[in-house]
Design a protein around this ligand. Sequence first.
Ligand SMILES: Cc1cc2nc3c(=O)[nH]c(=O)nc-3n(C[C@H](O)[C@H](O)[C@H](O)COP(=O)(O)OP(=O)(O)OC[C@H]3O[C@@H](n4cnc5c(N)ncnc54)[C@H](O)[C@@H]3O)c2cc1C
Length: 450
Amino acid sequence: MSEIIVAGAGHGGVTAAMFLADEGHSVTVYEKEAEGSVGLDQKDFLDAAALEYAGIEIPEKFRVPGNAITFVPLEDDVDSVTLPAPPDYENLSVNRREFISYLISLARDRGVEFVYGTGIKGPVMLGSRVAGIETEDGEKIYADLVIDSAGVHSPLRKNLPDFLGIDKEPAYYDILHTYRAYFNRLTGVQAPDTPYNIYVREDGTEGFRWAITEKDRVDVLLARFPEMDYSDVAQGLFAVSEFNPHMDRDITHGGHFADIPVRQPSAVLVADGYAMVGDSAFMTYPVKGSGMAYAIKAGRMLADAVLDDTDGLFNAETLWEYQKTFFKEIGFSASRLAVIKAILPYMTASEINEIFKRGLVSSEELSLLSSGNMPMAKILSAVREKLKIMGDIPEFKGHMGDIIGWMGRLASIEATFPSKYSSESIQKWAVKYNRFFDSIRKPEETAIQA
Ligand SMILES: Cc1cc2nc3c(=O)[nH]c(=O)nc-3n(C[C@H](O)[C@H](O)[C@H](O)COP(=O)(O)OP(=O)(O)OC[C@H]3O[C@@H](n4cnc5c(N)ncnc54)[C@H](O)[C@@H]3O)c2cc1C
C-alpha cells in the first residue's frame, strides 16, 4: 500500500482521501488552519447529486426546500427575473465549517490522518516527479502521490516546474474577489418581496452583489473582478442596504474576503506523482463559482483512478484516466460555460439592462445555464434565437457572433482531446486549449496581465 499526501483539506482532497484510506492506503492530509477552523464562515448551496455520485451519505439536516433566485436589474421600471426554484431537497444548504468537518470525520473514521496548522510552501521534485511537499517550516515530506487540494491559490500548483505544462496563474477575469458578511434582520421593517436577490451592478458586469433574507438574518455578498478593499466594501454594503432596509448595521459573523475561480478547468490536471482536484485546478461552474459539487465528484473520480493503478505507479499515464473521466463528465461542459462567461466583461450596463427589458433571457434558460448542464447544441440555438430579437443592437450582435465562433473553435478542440495517454499529444492539446482561452480575453485584460 502507498503513502499518499493530500495538500489542504479541500472538499475534493478529503473525498479522495476517504476512499483511498478505505482500500488500505496510508493517507495524511496537511492543512494550514487549526482543527475546527477549516472552511469558510458562511452557508452555501450544493447539489445533492454530487454526494450521491461520490457515495457519501447525506445527513438529512442539510436538505432544504428549493430556493428561487431573483435577478434585480438596474432600473426600477424593468422587471426582475426570478429563476424557477430547483426541486425540493435536491439542493443542500450547508454551514461550510460544519460540512467540511463532516467530510473530515468520514475520512478520519476510515483511517485518514489529519495534521493541522501546517502550511505548505511548495512541491518537492525528484527529477520530473513530484515526490512530496515542503512545509513552511522547511520540512520535506515524501510520498508516492501528492493530491493538491489547497484551493485557488495553491502554493503547490504555483511552484511546479514549467516543463510539466500545468497552467499556474489565473488571469484577471478568472478570479472573482468576494466579501461576505451576515447582519441581523430588523424586526418590523419591510423586507423585499423575494428572499434571494442578485443585484446587477451600475458598472455593468464587473461584478454583482446579493442579499439573501433568512428568518433572522441577512446574508450579503459583494463580488467583483477588480481587487476589493474596505472602502469598496463600505460602498457595496451601502448600495445593498438601500434595497434592504431590514438589514441591521453590525456584522454578526463572516466579514471576510475570499476568492472564487470562474474560468475553464486547468488543461492538465496530472503529472508524475501529482494530481489536482477542486479549486486548485479551477473546477467551479464558471458562471456562478459554485465548486463544492465538482470538487467532490472529481475527488471520487481521482480515488477510482488511483485504486485502478494496482502497480502503484501514480504517474501521468495512470492518472490520465482521472483527467479523462473528469473532462468527459464535467470539464467540457464547464469550459463551454467559461466561453459564455468570457463575454461578461465585454458587456455594458445598458446592454444588460436592455436584455432584462426585452425579456431576452428566460428564467428557464438562466437556470439551465447556471446548472452547468447546457449542451453545446442548445447553447448555439439559444444564441441564434437571441440574435433575432436583439439584432438591432450592433454590440450585442457582435457578442453573440463571438460566442457562436468561439463555441465552434472549442468544439474542434474538444474533439482532439487525447483518449489514450501520450505525453506529446497531451502537451499539444493543452497548448491548443490554453491558447484558445487566451485568445478570447478582453484586450484590456491582456494589458492588466502584462
Ligand atoms: C463567497 C463564496 C461563495 C461561494 N459559494 C459557493 C456555493 O454556493 N456553492 C459551492 O459549491 N461553492 C461555493 N463557493 C466555492 C467553493 O468555496 C469552492 O469552489 C469549494 O470550496 C471547492 O474548493 P476546494 O475544496 O478545492 O478548496 P478550498 O475550499 O479552498 O479548500 C482548500 C483548503 O486548503 C487549505 N490550504 C490553502 N493553502 C494551504 C497551504 N499553503 N498549506 C496547507 N493548507 C492550505 C485551506 O485552508 C483549505 O482548507 C463559494 C466561494 C466563495 C468565496
